[in-house]
Design a binder for this molecule. Structure first.
Ligand code: NAD
Length: 276
């Protein structure tokens, strides 16, 4: 494969770059995922709330790629926190995907005000023990939520998928993950394409390497050790976003991008977000 793996804390290999499908309607997901698989992506990031697990599953089935060569992530939605609800929601996701197991199952949001993420994660541990998820982890957990989880459960999350891009560099979270052996996966790695890709410093680095701003930003993440899951439904961009393993940024480029941090979120604050 053209994408090198990250070795997760349980030994499972996860491609460092995958394809995100948030906001891709179910009937377009099959085509978008098929395009991505053809371009060489082997990791797909979906979620129950995205409403496109069936489309993703159809593309996976139609691809003819051996199951063991694919890495499928899905996520438990907020309305399904709690032990029994989680087991039921997981069954539904597997059925929609048409799979016997997922590679990674994530708690989508911590919902600290509801206080159910420990119980929810205990159901994840059961799913993991049964071999129906090859790895389990979380998304949008702040270090304080991870501390609570680590104190009350036994399987250290393999991954925390958090918002991260040059305008939100997550230094505290990344340091904490590194200490605990949790891989950092960046969502909205391109800052949702909103403005970030026109920032002069990024455009200048792109010109210097004869690459696109999106490729430069993805390269920055990869060189920091992040897992990335850029999204596009445009075939040329889907292909462009995976052509990032044949060049590298130098120390100066990395520093120039790291200087762009504004600690500015595009998405909700995990401490208060509780949409059901
Ligand atoms: P992203 O940062 O991947 O940006 C995607 C947008 O950037 C596209 O819609 C397009 O407008 C633009 N774009 C993509 N490739 C481009 C290119 N080569 N050139 C120019 N513009 C380009 O944003 P995202 O979709 O929010 O995040 C990626 C994935 O992360 C999602 O699809 C989803 O799988 C995941 N995600 C997870 C959470 C979570 O709570 N866990 C939240 C948001 C997203």
């Amino acid at each position: 494969s053209k994408v090198p793996p990250i070795i997760l804390n349980n030994g499972v290999e996860m491609p460092q770059l995958g394809f995100g499908v948030w906001q891709v309607p179910d009937d377009e997901a099959e085509t978008a995922v098929a395009t991505a698989l053809e371009a060489g992506y082997r990791s797909i990031d979906t979620a129950a709330i995205y409403g496109n697990e069936e489309g993703v599953g159809k593309a996976v089935a139609a691809s003819g790629i051996p199951r063991q060569d694919l890495f499928v992530t899905t996520k438990l939605w907020n309305s399904d926190h709690g032990y029994d609800a989680t087991l039921r929601a997981f069954d539904t996701s597997l059925e929609k995907l048409g799979l016997e197991y997922v590679d990674l199952y994530l708690i989508h949001w911590p919902l600290p005000s509801r206080g159910l993420f420990v119980e929810t994660y205990k159901a994840f541990e059961k799913i993991y023990a049964d071999g129906r998820a090859k790895a389990i982890g979380v998304s949008n957990f702040l270090p304080e939520h991870l501390r609570t989880l680590l104190a009350a459960t036994s399987v250290i999350p393999a991954v925390n998928q958090i918002e991260m891009h040059p305008h939100l560099q997550q230094h505290g979270a990344r340091d904490f993950h590194a200490e605990q052996g949790i891989a950092t996966e960046a969502w909205s790695p391109l800052g949702q394409g909103r403005g970030l890709l026109e920032v002069p410093a990024i455009v200048a680095i792109a010109q210097k390497h004869n690459r696109t701003p999106a490729q430069v930003v993805l390269r920055w993440h990869l060189q920091l050790g992040n897992i990335v899951i850029p999204k596009s439904v445009t075939p040329s961009r889907i292909r462009e976003n995976i052509e990032v393993f044949d060049f590298s940024l130098d120390t100066e480029d990395m520093a120039a991008i790291s200087a762009l941090n504004e600690d500015r979120r595009l998405g909700p604050d995990p401490a208060t977000f509780d949409m059901a």
